[in-house]
Design a protein around this ligand. Structure first.
Ligand SMILES: Cc1ncc(COP(=O)(O)O)c(C=O)c1O
Length: 372
Protein backbone atom coordinates (compact mmCIF):
# COMPACT_ATOMS: atom_id res chain seq x y z
CA UNK A 1 0.00 0.00 0.00
CA UNK A 2 1.35 3.45 -0.83
CA UNK A 3 1.30 6.47 1.39
CA UNK A 4 -0.97 8.21 -1.09
CA UNK A 5 -3.62 5.55 -0.47
CA UNK A 6 -3.23 6.04 3.26
CA UNK A 7 -3.39 9.83 3.00
CA UNK A 8 -7.06 10.12 4.06
CA UNK A 9 -6.32 8.67 7.49
CA UNK A 10 -3.28 10.85 8.21
CA UNK A 11 -4.19 13.81 10.40
CA UNK A 12 -3.00 17.05 8.88
CA UNK A 13 -2.07 18.61 12.23
CA UNK A 14 0.12 15.61 13.03
CA UNK A 15 1.82 15.66 9.61
CA UNK A 16 2.85 19.26 10.36
CA UNK A 17 4.72 18.37 13.57
CA UNK A 18 8.49 18.76 13.54
CA UNK A 19 9.71 15.72 15.47
CA UNK A 20 11.71 16.20 18.68
CA UNK A 21 15.43 15.89 18.07
CA UNK A 22 17.17 14.35 21.07
CA UNK A 23 20.85 14.91 21.86
CA UNK A 24 23.14 12.80 19.66
CA UNK A 25 23.84 9.44 21.35
CA UNK A 26 27.46 8.61 22.28
CA UNK A 27 27.41 5.22 20.49
CA UNK A 28 26.18 6.83 17.25
CA UNK A 29 29.03 9.38 17.25
CA UNK A 30 31.60 6.68 18.05
CA UNK A 31 30.28 4.62 15.12
CA UNK A 32 30.04 7.49 12.65
CA UNK A 33 33.36 9.18 13.39
CA UNK A 34 35.33 6.11 14.41
CA UNK A 35 36.18 7.70 17.77
CA UNK A 36 37.04 5.58 20.81
CA UNK A 37 35.99 7.94 23.55
CA UNK A 38 33.16 10.40 23.17
CA UNK A 39 31.90 12.73 25.90
CA UNK A 40 28.25 13.79 25.87
CA UNK A 41 27.25 17.07 27.46
CA UNK A 42 24.05 17.37 25.45
CA UNK A 43 21.04 15.94 27.29
CA UNK A 44 21.39 17.22 30.86
CA UNK A 45 22.08 13.73 32.16
CA UNK A 46 23.87 13.00 35.41
CA UNK A 47 27.62 12.55 34.75
CA UNK A 48 28.03 10.40 37.87
CA UNK A 49 25.98 7.58 36.33
CA UNK A 50 23.23 5.84 38.33
CA UNK A 51 23.47 5.43 42.11
CA UNK A 52 24.88 2.06 43.15
CA UNK A 53 21.90 1.51 45.41
CA UNK A 54 19.58 1.88 42.42
CA UNK A 55 21.63 -0.56 40.35
CA UNK A 56 21.58 -3.13 43.18
CA UNK A 57 17.80 -2.82 43.54
CA UNK A 58 17.29 -3.27 39.81
CA UNK A 59 19.48 -6.36 39.75
CA UNK A 60 17.31 -7.80 42.47
CA UNK A 61 14.11 -6.81 40.62
CA UNK A 62 15.33 -8.62 37.48
CA UNK A 63 14.48 -11.93 39.13
CA UNK A 64 10.81 -10.99 38.90
CA UNK A 65 10.93 -9.74 35.33
CA UNK A 66 8.46 -12.43 34.29
CA UNK A 67 5.74 -10.75 36.35
CA UNK A 68 3.82 -7.62 35.39
CA UNK A 69 4.85 -4.61 37.45
CA UNK A 70 2.61 -3.17 40.16
CA UNK A 71 0.19 -1.06 38.19
CA UNK A 72 -0.12 1.60 40.90
CA UNK A 73 3.65 1.80 41.59
CA UNK A 74 2.61 1.10 45.18
CA UNK A 75 6.01 1.08 46.88
CA UNK A 76 7.53 3.91 44.83
CA UNK A 77 4.50 6.11 45.47
CA UNK A 78 4.78 5.33 49.18
CA UNK A 79 8.46 6.33 49.18
CA UNK A 80 7.85 9.57 47.23
CA UNK A 81 4.98 10.35 49.58
CA UNK A 82 7.25 9.93 52.64
CA UNK A 83 10.04 11.88 51.01
CA UNK A 84 7.92 14.91 50.08
CA UNK A 85 5.34 14.73 52.85
CA UNK A 86 2.52 14.48 50.30
CA UNK A 87 -0.48 12.13 50.49
CA UNK A 88 -0.16 9.01 48.31
CA UNK A 89 -3.34 9.84 46.42
CA UNK A 90 -1.69 13.07 45.25
CA UNK A 91 1.06 11.31 43.30
CA UNK A 92 1.04 9.84 39.79
CA UNK A 93 4.14 8.11 38.41
CA UNK A 94 4.85 8.00 34.69
CA UNK A 95 7.28 6.70 32.10
CA UNK A 96 9.39 9.83 32.51
CA UNK A 97 7.77 13.18 33.17
CA UNK A 98 7.32 13.29 29.40
CA UNK A 99 4.63 10.65 29.74
CA UNK A 100 2.92 12.66 32.46
CA UNK A 101 2.82 15.67 30.11
CA UNK A 102 1.16 13.43 27.54
CA UNK A 103 -1.31 12.03 30.09
CA UNK A 104 -2.22 15.59 31.12
CA UNK A 105 -2.78 16.57 27.50
CA UNK A 106 -4.90 13.48 26.79
CA UNK A 107 -6.90 14.12 29.94
CA UNK A 108 -7.54 17.82 29.61
CA UNK A 109 -6.83 19.08 26.08
CA UNK A 110 -9.01 18.52 23.00
CA UNK A 111 -8.91 19.59 19.36
CA UNK A 112 -9.37 23.35 19.08
CA UNK A 113 -8.21 24.09 22.67
CA UNK A 114 -5.20 26.20 23.53
CA UNK A 115 -2.10 25.47 25.59
CA UNK A 116 0.17 28.32 26.58
CA UNK A 117 3.83 28.35 27.50
CA UNK A 118 6.89 30.38 26.63
CA UNK A 119 9.05 30.47 23.56
CA UNK A 120 12.50 28.91 24.03
CA UNK A 121 11.16 26.30 26.40
CA UNK A 122 10.87 22.51 26.46
CA UNK A 123 9.98 21.40 22.91
CA UNK A 124 7.83 18.51 24.09
CA UNK A 125 5.06 20.96 25.14
CA UNK A 126 4.33 22.21 21.60
CA UNK A 127 4.72 18.74 20.08
CA UNK A 128 2.21 17.07 22.41
CA UNK A 129 -0.17 20.03 22.09
CA UNK A 130 -0.09 19.59 18.32
CA UNK A 131 -0.68 15.85 18.66
CA UNK A 132 -3.98 16.74 20.38
CA UNK A 133 -4.94 19.03 17.48
CA UNK A 134 -4.80 21.96 19.89
CA UNK A 135 -3.14 25.32 19.41
CA UNK A 136 0.15 26.09 21.14
CA UNK A 137 0.81 29.68 22.11
CA UNK A 138 4.49 30.45 22.72
CA UNK A 139 4.71 33.77 24.52
CA UNK A 140 7.96 35.69 23.84
CA UNK A 141 10.54 35.66 26.63
CA UNK A 142 11.85 38.71 28.38
CA UNK A 143 15.62 38.61 28.63
CA UNK A 144 15.62 34.80 28.40
CA UNK A 145 13.03 34.49 31.20
CA UNK A 146 9.36 33.42 31.14
CA UNK A 147 7.13 36.48 30.89
CA UNK A 148 4.25 35.57 33.21
CA UNK A 149 2.39 38.80 32.51
CA UNK A 150 2.60 38.06 28.79
CA UNK A 151 1.32 34.54 29.44
CA UNK A 152 -1.58 35.88 31.51
CA UNK A 153 -2.46 38.31 28.71
CA UNK A 154 -2.48 35.42 26.19
CA UNK A 155 -5.23 33.51 28.07
CA UNK A 156 -8.47 33.09 26.10
CA UNK A 157 -11.68 31.10 26.58
CA UNK A 158 -10.00 28.20 24.81
CA UNK A 159 -7.04 27.99 27.20
CA UNK A 160 -6.88 24.67 29.08
CA UNK A 161 -3.34 24.43 30.33
CA UNK A 162 -0.25 26.55 30.98
CA UNK A 163 3.21 24.99 31.18
CA UNK A 164 5.97 26.67 33.16
CA UNK A 165 9.34 24.94 33.15
CA UNK A 166 11.03 26.19 36.29
CA UNK A 167 14.02 26.33 35.96
CA UNK A 168 13.52 26.46 32.23
CA UNK A 169 15.17 24.26 29.64
CA UNK A 170 17.13 25.41 27.59
CA UNK A 171 17.74 28.81 29.23
CA UNK A 172 18.31 27.68 32.85
CA UNK A 173 16.48 30.80 34.05
CA UNK A 174 13.66 30.74 36.61
CA UNK A 175 10.52 32.59 37.65
CA UNK A 176 10.60 33.99 41.16
CA UNK A 177 8.27 33.21 44.07
CA UNK A 178 6.66 36.67 44.05
CA UNK A 179 5.96 36.53 40.30
CA UNK A 180 4.44 33.07 40.64
CA UNK A 181 2.24 34.03 43.59
CA UNK A 182 0.79 37.00 41.65
CA UNK A 183 0.30 34.82 38.61
CA UNK A 184 -1.53 31.91 40.24
CA UNK A 185 -3.75 34.32 42.16
CA UNK A 186 -5.14 35.79 38.96
CA UNK A 187 -5.26 32.85 36.52
CA UNK A 188 -8.83 31.47 36.35
CA UNK A 189 -9.15 28.29 38.44
CA UNK A 190 -10.42 26.14 35.54
CA UNK A 191 -7.04 26.47 33.79
CA UNK A 192 -4.38 23.98 34.89
CA UNK A 193 -0.97 25.48 35.61
CA UNK A 194 1.72 22.89 35.30
CA UNK A 195 5.07 23.66 36.95
CA UNK A 196 7.71 21.42 35.43
CA UNK A 197 10.50 21.16 38.01
CA UNK A 198 12.79 18.69 36.23
CA UNK A 199 15.85 20.67 37.41
CA UNK A 200 14.66 21.78 40.86
CA UNK A 201 17.42 19.92 42.72
CA UNK A 202 20.08 22.17 41.19
CA UNK A 203 18.50 25.45 42.29
CA UNK A 204 20.20 27.61 44.87
CA UNK A 205 18.30 30.88 44.38
CA UNK A 206 16.60 31.90 47.63
CA UNK A 207 13.61 33.43 45.82
CA UNK A 208 12.73 30.24 43.92
CA UNK A 209 9.01 29.41 44.47
CA UNK A 210 7.91 26.54 46.76
CA UNK A 211 5.44 24.95 44.40
CA UNK A 212 5.45 21.71 46.35
CA UNK A 213 3.66 23.56 49.14
CA UNK A 214 0.88 24.58 46.74
CA UNK A 215 0.56 21.11 45.24
CA UNK A 216 0.61 19.58 48.75
CA UNK A 217 -2.18 21.81 49.96
CA UNK A 218 -4.30 20.63 47.05
CA UNK A 219 -4.55 23.94 45.16
CA UNK A 220 -7.05 22.67 42.60
CA UNK A 221 -5.39 23.90 39.41
CA UNK A 222 -1.70 23.37 40.20
CA UNK A 223 0.27 20.39 38.93
CA UNK A 224 3.90 19.81 39.77
CA UNK A 225 6.17 17.63 37.63
CA UNK A 226 9.41 16.05 38.83
CA UNK A 227 11.74 13.46 37.36
CA UNK A 228 14.35 10.85 38.26
CA UNK A 229 16.19 11.57 34.98
CA UNK A 230 18.41 14.41 36.16
CA UNK A 231 19.58 14.66 39.79
CA UNK A 232 18.85 10.95 40.42
CA UNK A 233 20.79 9.83 37.34
CA UNK A 234 18.12 7.48 35.98
CA UNK A 235 17.25 9.00 32.57
CA UNK A 236 17.41 5.60 30.87
CA UNK A 237 14.80 4.10 33.21
CA UNK A 238 12.15 6.71 32.36
CA UNK A 239 10.57 7.65 35.68
CA UNK A 240 8.87 10.93 36.50
CA UNK A 241 5.89 11.91 38.59
CA UNK A 242 3.19 14.48 39.13
CA UNK A 243 2.02 15.94 42.43
CA UNK A 244 -1.45 17.49 42.35
CA UNK A 245 -4.81 17.55 44.09
CA UNK A 246 -6.23 14.05 44.71
CA UNK A 247 -9.14 14.83 42.38
CA UNK A 248 -6.77 15.47 39.45
CA UNK A 249 -4.65 12.39 40.12
CA UNK A 250 -7.74 10.15 40.38
CA UNK A 251 -8.86 11.44 36.95
CA UNK A 252 -5.42 11.01 35.37
CA UNK A 253 -5.23 7.35 36.49
CA UNK A 254 -8.07 6.70 34.02
CA UNK A 255 -5.95 8.04 31.18
CA UNK A 256 -2.70 6.16 31.78
CA UNK A 257 -1.81 2.69 30.53
CA UNK A 258 -2.20 -0.04 33.18
CA UNK A 259 1.55 -0.83 33.38
CA UNK A 260 3.10 2.46 32.35
CA UNK A 261 6.16 2.19 34.64
CA UNK A 262 8.19 -1.01 34.36
CA UNK A 263 9.29 -3.03 37.38
CA UNK A 264 13.04 -2.26 37.10
CA UNK A 265 12.27 1.46 36.91
CA UNK A 266 10.04 1.28 39.98
CA UNK A 267 12.70 -0.58 41.99
CA UNK A 268 15.57 1.64 40.79
CA UNK A 269 13.76 4.90 41.49
CA UNK A 270 12.65 3.83 44.98
CA UNK A 271 16.23 2.83 45.86
CA UNK A 272 17.65 6.05 44.39
CA UNK A 273 15.55 8.00 46.89
CA UNK A 274 17.49 6.28 49.68
CA UNK A 275 20.85 7.35 48.30
CA UNK A 276 21.19 10.79 49.85
CA UNK A 277 24.96 10.81 49.45
CA UNK A 278 24.57 10.37 45.67
CA UNK A 279 22.18 13.33 45.49
CA UNK A 280 24.55 15.42 47.60
CA UNK A 281 27.51 14.57 45.35
CA UNK A 282 25.47 15.37 42.24
CA UNK A 283 24.44 18.76 43.56
CA UNK A 284 27.97 19.59 44.57
CA UNK A 285 29.31 18.58 41.17
CA UNK A 286 26.73 20.69 39.32
CA UNK A 287 27.21 23.74 41.50
CA UNK A 288 30.99 23.70 41.32
CA UNK A 289 30.93 22.85 37.58
CA UNK A 290 28.55 25.72 36.94
CA UNK A 291 30.86 28.14 38.75
CA UNK A 292 33.90 26.89 36.87
CA UNK A 293 32.24 27.18 33.46
CA UNK A 294 30.91 30.69 34.09
CA UNK A 295 34.42 31.81 34.96
CA UNK A 296 35.90 30.19 31.85
CA UNK A 297 33.18 31.44 29.52
CA UNK A 298 33.68 34.97 30.84
CA UNK A 299 37.38 34.57 30.13
CA UNK A 300 36.49 33.75 26.54
CA UNK A 301 34.35 36.89 26.43
CA UNK A 302 31.15 34.89 25.75
CA UNK A 303 27.67 35.65 26.99
CA UNK A 304 26.37 32.85 29.21
CA UNK A 305 22.80 33.03 30.52
CA UNK A 306 22.68 32.67 34.35
CA UNK A 307 21.46 29.13 35.03
CA UNK A 308 19.89 27.42 38.04
CA UNK A 309 20.00 24.07 36.25
CA UNK A 310 22.64 21.50 35.27
CA UNK A 311 23.34 23.17 31.92
CA UNK A 312 24.34 26.55 30.53
CA UNK A 313 23.11 28.38 27.45
CA UNK A 314 26.01 30.12 25.71
CA UNK A 315 26.14 32.58 22.82
CA UNK A 316 29.25 31.61 20.88
CA UNK A 317 28.82 34.34 18.27
CA UNK A 318 29.17 31.71 15.51
CA UNK A 319 26.61 29.49 13.78
CA UNK A 320 25.45 26.99 16.42
CA UNK A 321 25.54 24.04 14.03
CA UNK A 322 29.12 24.87 13.05
CA UNK A 323 30.23 24.95 16.70
CA UNK A 324 28.34 21.72 17.36
CA UNK A 325 30.02 19.99 14.38
CA UNK A 326 33.49 21.26 15.30
CA UNK A 327 33.23 19.96 18.88
CA UNK A 328 31.64 16.72 17.68
CA UNK A 329 34.61 15.97 15.43
CA UNK A 330 36.80 16.23 18.55
CA UNK A 331 34.55 13.79 20.40
CA UNK A 332 32.40 16.18 22.45
CA UNK A 333 28.63 16.31 21.98
CA UNK A 334 26.85 19.54 22.97
CA UNK A 335 23.47 20.80 21.78
CA UNK A 336 23.00 23.30 18.97
CA UNK A 337 20.15 25.66 19.81
CA UNK A 338 19.24 26.33 16.18
CA UNK A 339 16.00 24.36 16.53
CA UNK A 340 14.99 26.80 19.29
CA UNK A 341 15.58 29.79 17.00
CA UNK A 342 18.83 30.72 18.78
CA UNK A 343 21.13 30.52 15.79
CA UNK A 344 24.42 31.26 17.58
CA UNK A 345 23.73 29.55 20.91
CA UNK A 346 24.75 26.16 22.20
CA UNK A 347 23.66 24.42 25.41
CA UNK A 348 26.21 22.53 27.43
CA UNK A 349 25.41 20.16 30.29
CA UNK A 350 27.58 20.43 33.39
CA UNK A 351 29.78 17.35 33.44
CA UNK A 352 32.59 16.02 35.62
CA UNK A 353 35.57 18.30 36.16
CA UNK A 354 37.60 16.81 33.32
CA UNK A 355 34.64 16.97 30.95
CA UNK A 356 34.00 20.65 31.73
CA UNK A 357 37.68 21.38 31.17
CA UNK A 358 37.56 19.51 27.86
CA UNK A 359 34.59 21.64 26.75
CA UNK A 360 36.44 24.82 27.65
CA UNK A 361 39.60 23.71 25.84
CA UNK A 362 37.80 22.68 22.65
CA UNK A 363 35.63 25.81 22.55
CA UNK A 364 38.68 28.00 23.09
CA UNK A 365 40.47 26.18 20.28
CA UNK A 366 37.46 26.65 17.96
CA UNK A 367 37.26 30.38 18.69
CA UNK A 368 40.99 30.78 18.18
CA UNK A 369 40.82 29.13 14.79
CA UNK A 370 37.88 31.32 13.76
CA UNK A 371 39.66 34.48 14.84
CA UNK A 372 42.85 33.66 12.91
C1 LIG B 1 11.88 20.87 31.35
C2 LIG B 1 11.89 19.38 31.18
N1 LIG B 1 10.83 18.68 31.54
C3 LIG B 1 10.78 17.35 31.40
C4 LIG B 1 11.86 16.67 30.89
C5 LIG B 1 11.71 15.19 30.64
O1 LIG B 1 12.14 14.44 31.64
P1 LIG B 1 11.86 12.87 31.68
O2 LIG B 1 13.16 12.24 31.38
O3 LIG B 1 11.37 12.66 33.07
O4 LIG B 1 10.80 12.55 30.67
C6 LIG B 1 13.00 17.34 30.51
C7 LIG B 1 14.13 16.58 29.94
O5 LIG B 1 14.99 17.04 29.30
C8 LIG B 1 13.02 18.74 30.64
O6 LIG B 1 14.07 19.44 30.25
Amino acid sequence: MTTTMLKPIFKEFIEKIRPYEPGKPIKEVERELGLRRVVKLASNENPLGPSRKAVRAMRHALREAHLYPESTCFYLVKRISEELGVAENQILVGNGSNEIIEILMRGFVSEGDQVISSETSFLVYPILTQVMGAEYIAVPMKDFRYDLEGIFAAITEKTKMIFIANPNNPTGTYVKAREVEDFIAKVPKHILICFDEAYVDFVDAADFPHMLFHAKTEKPNIVLLRTFSKSYGLAGLRVGYAVAAGEIIRYLHKVRQPFNVNSLAQAGAAAALEDRFFLWRTRLLVRSGRKYLYKRLAKLGLRAIPSQANFILVDTGYAADEVFEALLRKGLIVRSMKAYGLSTFIRVTIGRRGENALFYRLLKQFLKEKQK
